[in-house]
Design a protein around this ligand. Structure first.
Ligand SMILES: *[C@@H]1O[C@H](CO)[C@@H](O)[C@H](O)[C@H]1NC(C)=O
Ligand SMILES: *[C@@H]1O[C@H](CO)[C@@H](O)[C@H](O)[C@H]1NC(C)=O
Ligand SMILES: *[C@@H]1O[C@H](CO)[C@@H](O)[C@H](O)[C@H]1NC(C)=O
Ligand SMILES: *[C@@H]1O[C@H](CO)[C@@H](O)[C@H](O)[C@H]1NC(C)=O
Ligand SMILES: *[C@@H]1O[C@H](CO)[C@@H](O)[C@H](O)[C@H]1NC(C)=O
Length: 297
């Protein structure tokens, strides 16, 4: 049975996507598209964005719906029903015509094979991502959470080896859906290029006569052993007249200052990779009396 539906009702605006839909189809602008209802029902009814009679041209036959001349008003949430029972839902979009660039920024806090990526888009969208691991195996698609237009996701490559030189970049594939269109991106990078350590921790300052003795520990998230994953430390201290002085220390977790200082802070970097400094630790005041321990989060 073929039913041609040409309709003249007002079109409800598509709801903005709040999550990546489990099922979607991408079509060409002005092409035809067949949407299938995954059901054993012989005949189903369809809604588009909740509308029973949207103003678009479709052919409804058994469990399939053919959209004729896909355009923006014909994109959105196609749901098939048996009476009031929802059977299946497919989100229909067109492939993006614009050339889009996403500014995806990724960061790893160590060489453990875990990292975090984030990006923003200026329009409502939903994303999912998939990581190609360093051994070439393909990860699962993972929906990405967003907060006020900022998307961020954490990844772990279980096959990542911290001790081997990375020969092949990791590949991250991103798929995005807006209300009406589909975006597809892929980025490549080496973990060594995105490493940015956390701040060093437990900075302590002790007055020893005329000198200040400083001691600290590497960031808890940093890779071990220390002998292999060395860190370069940058101490910054503020003299009593307000001048700030930097001091660099490599291969040790303590040092002495000859001058008196008001307060001290510390950051670190991997001296053999991308020169991204960690964030600073909090300032540690230099007290005349008791040494104080500071826990850095
Ligand atoms: C599509 O519509 C159905 C039925 O109203 C609803 O259950 C589903 O959550 C919607 N899906 C999306 C991605 O909006
Ligand atoms: C159809 O539905 C069945 C049962 O819910 C499910 O196992 C199957 O993966 C679905 N097929 C498609 C193409 O969605
Ligand atoms: C990309 O994003 C990062 C961090 O969000 C920002 O620092 C950088 O300037 C951006 N680059 C471009 C080309 O927009
Ligand atoms: C997305 O891009 C990848 C690689 O660039 C390609 O293999 C894939 O077919 C694209 N997906 C769609 C739905 O166009
Ligand atoms: C602060 O003191 C240091 C060392 O005592 C000195 O070298 C520097 O010039 C002083 N800076 C100012 C702004 O007075």
């Amino acid at each position: 049975m073929l039913v041609l539906v040409g309709l003249v009702l007002c079109l409800a605006p598509a709801d903005a996507l709040t999550a990546f839909p489990p099922k979607f189809q991408v079509g060409k602008m002005n092409g035809d598209m067949v949407v299938k209802c995954n059901t054993s029902e012989q005949q189903v009814t369809w809604t588009l964005n909740g509308e029973l009679d949207p103003m678009i041209e479709v052919t409804n036959e058994g469990q399939t719906l053919t959209i004729h001349g896909l355009d923006l008003p014909a994109t959105g949430n196609y749901s098939c029903w048996a009476g009031t029972v929802l059977l299946d839902t497919t989100y229909v979009v067109v492939s993006s015509t614009r050339e889009e660039r996403l500014n995806v920024s990724c960061q790893a806090e160590s060489y453990r094979g875990s990292f975090r990526c984030s990006w923003t888009v200026p329009y409502p969208a939903a994303f999912r991502t998939r990581l190609t691991h360093s051994d070439g195996s393909l990860g699962e698609w993972v929906p990405v959470a967003s907060h006020r237009g900022r998307f961020s996701a954490s990844f772990t490559d279980p096959s990542f080896c911290p001790f081997a030189e990375e020969l092949h970049p990791l590949q991250l594939q991103l798929e995005g859906l807006t209300d009406t269109s589909y975006l597809n991106f892929s980025i490549h990078f080496f973990v060594r290029d995105i490493v940015r350590p956390d701040p060093p921790q437990q900075l302590t300052v002790q007055r020893r006569g005329e000198q200040l003795h400083l001691a600290w520990a590497p960031p808890a998230s940093w890779s071990l052993p220390k002998s292999y994953f060395a860190l370069l430390y940058r101490l910054q201290y503020e003299l009593l007249n307000g001048t700030q002085v930097d001091k660099y220390v490599e291969g040790a977790e303590e040092t002495q200052l000859q001058e008196s200082a008001r307060r001290v802070r510390i950051s670190c970097q991997d001296p053999y990779a991308n020169p991204a400094w960690s964030p600073w630790s909090a300032w540690q005041d230099v007290n005349a009396a008791q040494p104080r321990r500071l826990r850095v989060h």
